[in-house]
Design a protein around this ligand. Structure first.
Ligand code: AMP
Length: 111
């Protein structure tokens, strides 16, 4: 599978379609899921084109991976979730429930 530049998150990254932004830096964009499955449901995506988590872990430079996870850490504070309960999920592949083929994690909390 090759990365499709026309996927919806690629369009969000190019500002071709809007998003409800939570956080942004040079490496990461985070925004609220359009169809929330919890009281708080945000998506966190790298700005570089990776198809899914397996692609990201295998092919993203360590610096990119490090900035990704430190951004997740910042977002946990922005959403005031550090002392609360939450889930992090990432779907990989159609049978894994993935609909958008730009790597992302879901951060979900009902706290
Ligand atoms: P996944 O099934 O892991 O690929 O999740 C894709 C997620 O993207 C779903 O939870 C959708 O609700 C969400 N989504 C799709 N389009 C948008 C959008 N334009 N803005 C925000 N979230 C979106």
């Amino acid at each position: 599978m090759t990365y499709d530049n026309e996927n919806i998150f690629a369009k969000i990254l190019r500002s071709e379609i809007p998003c409800d932004k939570v956080f942004e830096n040079d490496f990461v964009l985070s925004f609220y899921d359009i169809n929330p499955k919890a009281k708080t449901h945000v998506l966190i995506i790298p700005k570089k084109p990776f198809i899914d988590m397996a692609d990201f872990l295998e092919n993203a430079e360590i610096e990119i991976q490090s900035h990704f996870w430190s951004s997740v850490n910042e977002i946990i504070d922005i959403l005031d979730l550090r002392e609360k309960s939450f889930q992090i999920k990432s779907h990989k592949g159609k049978d894994g429930g993935q609909e958008v083929f730009h790597f992302h994690i879901h951060l979900l909390s009902n706290s």
